[in-house]
Design a protein. Sequence first.
Length: 123
Amino acid sequence: MVAETTVKQVLVQNMDSAGLFGYALFGLFIFAFSLGNICYGIALFGNKRLDNILAILLLIWGILNLIAFGNEFWHSTTINVYIEYFSLFYQPLMRVLLAIWLWLQLKQKFSTRDSKQLEILKI
C-alpha cells in the first residue's frame, strides 16, 4: 500500500509538471518559426518586386513574433493589444500573399519546364 501511494504521488507530480515541458517546446517552436521567417525574408531580397515585398513582410513577421515571444515574460498589456490585432490581420494577409507567391512560382516552374520540353521535341 505504501509503494502504491508513493507511485501515485510521483505520477501525479509528473503529470502536473508535464505542461511546463509543453510550454518550453512551444516557446522553442515560436523562436524557430520567427528565425525561419527572418531567414526567408533575408533570402528573398533582391529578386522580383513581389519577392521584395514578401521579404520585408517576412522580416516584420519574424521580428514581431520574437517580440510576442518576449512578451510572454514581460507581460506588457500594450504589446498584448498589438499582438491581438497583428494576429487578426497580418497573419491572414501573409498567408494569402504567400499562397499567391507560391502559385506564381509553381506557374513559372511549369511554364519553363514545358518550354524546355518543347525545345527538346523540336530537335
